[in-house]
Design a protein around this ligand. Structure first.
Ligand code: NDP
Length: 502
């Protein structure tokens, strides 16, 4: 056997033969007592954990975050406490709609989830490559995702479901415009920006609160494919983004992002001209410019994809002192749903897995549960309060109170909300070439969609900017005068006029 290690069962029993099963005679049936074979097959059957319902196709790497600017007047977070300070991190990129085997070069939002292993516990920034999202109320998240997934009858993705839902949800227009623009089909994960999308908060040592948005600006530049180019790429390589990212790191060409924040003093939220906690809106840079806080670099590929990336669990609920939440309804819902998904998908003790494990001491009163593999705190006291010297709270970590007011009710999130100006602003900053690409991307993706749904969607484009509506209408052979007339109606009337049977 030379220097090779002894092959054993999962329990350490030496294995004598890993080639031939135990049978009654050379041709004979298997014996039930071939426990090595049973263990091998049973373990194989359980190799997959359920894939993520969204963001199933992932790619990730380890790296480091380095502080380049002093923001201690805004936040007491220790990760930012000193110029030049470095913190280890793990970044998982993903596509959203495709399953684990899906091709990378698809038009889709890219997930951009970072775990920073800080000395005060893990801080997760679970963002996307877009600064906004399709919906602003968590009630609509599951519905939206159903439109991106497979149709119950055809088991194929449905252009009609997507356009039906989006055109009935004008708050999606901003994100739809980004998705259908050139940036909706990145050449690879190195060439995307990352955004927290949500508003979070910074809290400084004097307990002052600031509302903030994180921006990770790619230092590799934005690079995109057209639909036609992507078709060719996918024909030759379904893992184009994973390959590009993996190979760049292997050859020492470490991708980097400039990490920036937009900062709004707490009180300004009350008077700002838009709701700063609305996930379908950006804060224009003219109002709140970017402040650089650091550089993030990816420099190490995981040795084992499953252990480090598939089992990695990112959750917006992982915050550290000095970084906290905001009233954004979508963020509030994600605080619950991400950790809940991990408990279901990986198991209740997922935080103790190497990729998720905090790089600081962890002391809690959680005990037991499936796959408790870390000693379960041995004989330490397992209740609190106790007089046995168990871990204790420290009020210095309490956040300053957050003032909330209002009557509990179900407020119509569309009342008084302008869903058209910002998508229009984005359209207007595009070059003629980008606009042409936007029109043709949309027209191509509307293949097979009923006319009434096309018309309803075009009304929204037209309302954002008449030129936007006209450009798409021309490619779809729709009459822009009719779209303009439809656009005069209230949303309610528009929805009624473009429903089945009308
Ligand atoms: P600015 O001119 O200051 O910024 C424009 C922003 O748009 C830049 O961040 C640019 O990213 C980004 N951008 C350019 N093309 C696209 C595209 N096809 N898809 C997505 N983003 C793109 O303008 P404002 O801050 O006043 O914002 C105007 C519009 O720009 C907004 O309505 C919004 O749609 C979009 N935008 C704004 C962001 C913000 O946080 N303010 C962030 C991203 C987009 P880059 O600098 O990397 O080229």
């Amino acid at each position: 056997m030379g220097s090779r290690k002894q092959l054993t069962t999962a329990h350490g029993n030496p294995i004598g033969d890993n080639q031939n099963s135990l049978t009654a005679g050379a041709r004979g049936p298997l014996l039930m007592q071939d426990y090595q074979l049973l263990e091998k097959m049973a373990t194989f059957n359980r190799e997959r954990v359920p894939e993520r319902v969204v963001h199933a196709k992932g790619s990730g790497a380890y790296g480091k975050f380095t502080v380049t600017n002093d923001v201690s007047r805004y936040t007491k977070a220790k990760i930012f406490s000193q110029l030049g300070k470095q913190t280890d991190c793990l970044l998982r990129f993903s596509t959203v709609a495709g399953e684990r085997g899906a091709a990378d070069a698809e038009r889709d939002v890219r997930g951009f989830a970072v775990k920073f292993y800080t000395e005060e516990g893990n801080w997760d920034m679970v963002g996307n490559n877009t600064p906004v999202f399709f919906v602003r109320d968590p009630y609509k998240f599951g519905d939206f995702i159903h439109t991106q997934k497979r149709d119950p009858t055809t088991n194929m993705r449905s252009n009609t479901s997507m356009r039906d839902f989006w055109s009935l949800s004008p708050e999606s227009l901003h994100q739809v415009t980004i998705l259908m623009s050139d940036r909706g089909l990145p050449q690879g994960y190195r060439f995307v920006n990352g955004y927290s999308s949500h508003t979070y908060s910074f809290i400084n040592a004097d307990d002052e609160r600031f509302w903030i948005k994180f921006h990770f600006k790619t230092m590799q530049g934005i690079r995109t494919w057209t639909y036609a180019q992507a078709g060719q790429i996918i024909g030759g390589d379904r893992e184009s983004s994973q390959r590009d990212r993996f190979e760049a790191i292997e050859r020492g060409d470490f991708p980097k992002w400039r990490v920036c924040v937009q900062i709004m003093p707490e009180a300004e939220a009350d008077t700002y001209h838009l709701n700063p906690f609305d996930l379908t809106k950006v804060w224009p840079h003219g109002d709140y410019p970017l402040t650089e806080i650091g550089i993030m670099e990816l420099n190490r590929n995981p040795e084992n994809y499953f252990a480090d990336i598939e089992q990695a669990a990112f959750e917006p609920s992982n915050i550290v002192p000095g970084i906290s939440f905001s009233p954004d309804k979508m963020l509030q819902a994600r605080i619950m749903s991400y950790a809940d998904a991990h408990r279901y998908r990986i198991g209740v003790n997922y935080a103790a897995l190497p990729a998720n494990q905090a790089q600081c001491p962890v002391h809690s009163y959680h005990r037991d549960g499936k796959l408790r593999f870390d000693g379960n705190y041995g004989g330490a006291v397992n209740y609190e309060p106790n007089s046995m010297g168990g871990p204790a709270e420290d009020h210095r970590f309490n956040e300053p109170p957050l003032k909330v007011s209002g009557d509990a009710d179900r407020y119509n999130h569309r009342d008084g909300n302008d869903d058209y100006t910002q998508p229009g602003n984005l359209f207007r900053l595009m070059s003629d070439g980008q606009k042409a690409q936007l029109f043709s991307n949309i027209a191509e993706a509307m293949d097979g969609v009923p006319e009434r749904i096309k018309a309803r969607q075009l009304v929204h484009f037209y309302r954002a900017d008449p030129e936007y509506g006209r450009g798409v209408a021309e490619l779809l052979d729709l009459n822009i005068e009719e779209i303009a007339a439809l656009a005069e109606n209230s949303l309610e009337d528009l929805f009624a006029m473009t429903s089945e049977g009308n």
